[in-house]
Design a protein around this ligand. Structure first.
Ligand SMILES: Nc1ncnc2c1ncn2[C@@H]1O[C@H](COP(=O)(O)OP(=O)(O)O)[C@@H](O)[C@H]1O
Ligand SMILES: O=P(O)(O)OC[C@H]1O[C@](O)(COP(=O)(O)O)[C@@H](O)[C@@H]1O
Length: 319
C-alpha cells in the first residue's frame, strides 16, 4: 500500500537510559541514542519497514533539521521536506531501568505564514498522488493554527483519500469536526478532549461514541499497558496481552496506528495487529520501530474480546 504522513512538528528524538531518575541529582546515563522522530515520521518509518511505500511530509530547518534528514535517509521513507526559517526541535526521553518513561517535548520552531503555506502546498501536492491512507499526526508548533490537521483532513477527504489523525489538545478538538476516518487518541487525550475522567470501558465507549456522532469513522483508543479499544460501526472490540516491562514506550502509539492501517480483515483482526505493533515497539529501545519478524512474534500473544463489559475498569482490561 501507499501511505502519506504529515508531521507539522517533527523532532530529533534523544533517548537517555539510566537506573532511576531523581530530580535535582547528577545522573550517569547507562546508554543513549538518537533517532528521527515525530508522530507521522514514526508511522512512515514502521510502515516502510513492513514493505509499504511511505512518504513523510515534514518541515525541516537548522542543525536539527539536517540531523533529522540524515537519520531518516537510510530508512526507506520518502521524505518530502519543506525548508523552514527556524530550527526543528529535539525531544528528550528518559527511560529508567523499570521501564518508566519520562518525555520532555520541546515546543518546536515558530512557523511563519510562508512556512505554513509551503507545508500546506506540499501536503496538497502529495495528496494528488492518491495514497491509500493519509495520516496527519502530532502536536502543532508555535504559529500553526489549531485547525491545521482539520484543514489537511478536509483536503484529503475532498480528494477521496482516507485519513487518520493522531494529535492532542486544541488540534484534536478541531480535527474531530473534519470527520477523519480514524482517530487515535490515547486515554488521557480522549479524557482531556471530553473534559471528564474515563475510568470504565463504558466511559471510553461513550466518549468515542460522541466523536463518532460528530463524524469520526472509527475511534482507536490506546490504553498503554491495558491494550486498546476500537469503537466503530460494528461495535466495540478490545485487544491486549499480558503485561510487559517496556524498554521504551516512545513511538508505541505511532506503531499502533500504523499497524491498524496496515491490517485488513475484521475490526478484531485489525485491532489485534495494531496492538501487536504497539507491543513490539515497547520492547525496543528509544524510538526504534519494529520490523515484520518482531510484530509477527508480538501478534502471537495478543487476545481480543468483542463487546467487553461496560463496567470493567480500563486498568483491569489486561487481566
Ligand atoms: N506498558 C506497556 N505494556 C504493554 N503494552 C504497552 C505498554 N505501553 C504501551 N503499550 C502498547 O502500545 C500501545 C500504545 O501505547 P499508548 O501509551 O496507549 O500510546 P501513546 O504512545 O499514543 O500514548 C498500547 O495500546 C499497547 O498495545
Ligand atoms: O508531537 P508531540 O505530541 O510533541 O509528540 C512528539 C513525540 O512523540 C513521538 O512521535 C512518539 O509518539 P508516541 O509515543 O505517542 O507513539 C516521538 O517520536 C516524538 O518525540
Amino acid at each position: 500500500m501507499r501511505f502519506l504522513t504529515v508531521t507539522p512538528n517533527p523532532s530529533v528524538d534523544h533517548t537517555v537510559e539510566l537506573d532511576t531518575l531523581t530530580r535535582g541529582e547528577v545522573h550517569r546515563a547507562t546508554a543513549g541514542s538518537v533517532e528521527a522522530g515525530g508522530k507521522g515520521v514514526n508511522v512512515a518509518r514502521v510502515l516502510a519497514r513492513h514493505g509499504h511505500e511511505a512518504t513523510a511530509v515534514l518541515p525541516s530547518g537548522g542543525v536539527d533539521g539536517d540531523r533529522l534528514e540524515t537519520l531518516l535517509a537510510p530508512q526507506r521513507v520518502r521524505a518530502a521536506t519543506v525548508a523552514i526559517a527556524g530550527s526543528i526541535r529535539t525531544n528528550t526521553t528518559i527511560v529508567e531501568r523499570d521501564g518508566t518513561t519520562t518525555k520532555l517535548n520541546e515546543p518546536g520552531p515558530e512557523l511563519g505564514p510562508q512556512d505554513l503555506d509551503a507545508l500546506q502546498r506540499s501536503v496538497s501536492d502529495e495528496l494528488q498522488r492518491a495514497p491509500d491512507w493519509f495520516v496527519s499526526s502530532g502536536s502543532l508548533p508555535p504559529g500553526a493554527p489549531a485547525d491545521l490537521h482539520a484543514r489537511f483532513v478536509r483536503t484529503a477527504r475532498g480528494l477521496g483519500v482516507r485519513c487518520a489523525v493522531d494529535t492532542s489538545g486544541a488540534a484534536l478538538a478541531a480535527a474531530v469536526d473534519a470527520g477523519p476516518d480514524v482517530l487515535k487518541p490515547n486515554e488521557d487525550e480522549l479524557a482531556e478532549l471530553l473534559g471528564r475522567e474515563l475510568h470504565t470501558v463504558g466511559d471510553v465507549v461513550a466518549a468515542a461514541g460522541e466523536l463518532r456522532s460528530r463524524g469520526v469513522g472509527e475511534v482507536l483508543v490506546s490504553l498503554g499497558g491495558a491494550g486498546a479499544l476500537l469503537v466503530g460501526a460494528q461495535g466495540t472490540v478490545w485487544a491486549g496481552g499480558r503485561s510487559l516491562v517496556p524498554l521504551s514506550t516512545v513511538g508505541a502509539g505511532d506503531c499502533t496506528l500504523a499497524g491498524f492501517l496496515h491490517a485488513t480483515g475484521s475490526p478484531a483482526q485489525r485491532l489485534a495487529t495494531a496492538v501487536a505493533w504497539g507491543r513490539a515497539a515497547v520492547l525496543l529501545p528509544g524510538s526504534s520501530v519494529p520490523a515484520a519478524p518482531e510484530t509477527s512474534a508480538a501478534a502471537a500473544a495478543v487476545r481480543t474480546l468483542d463487546d467487553p463489559h461496560p463496567d470493567t475498569l480500563v486498568k483491569d482490561l489486561q487481566r
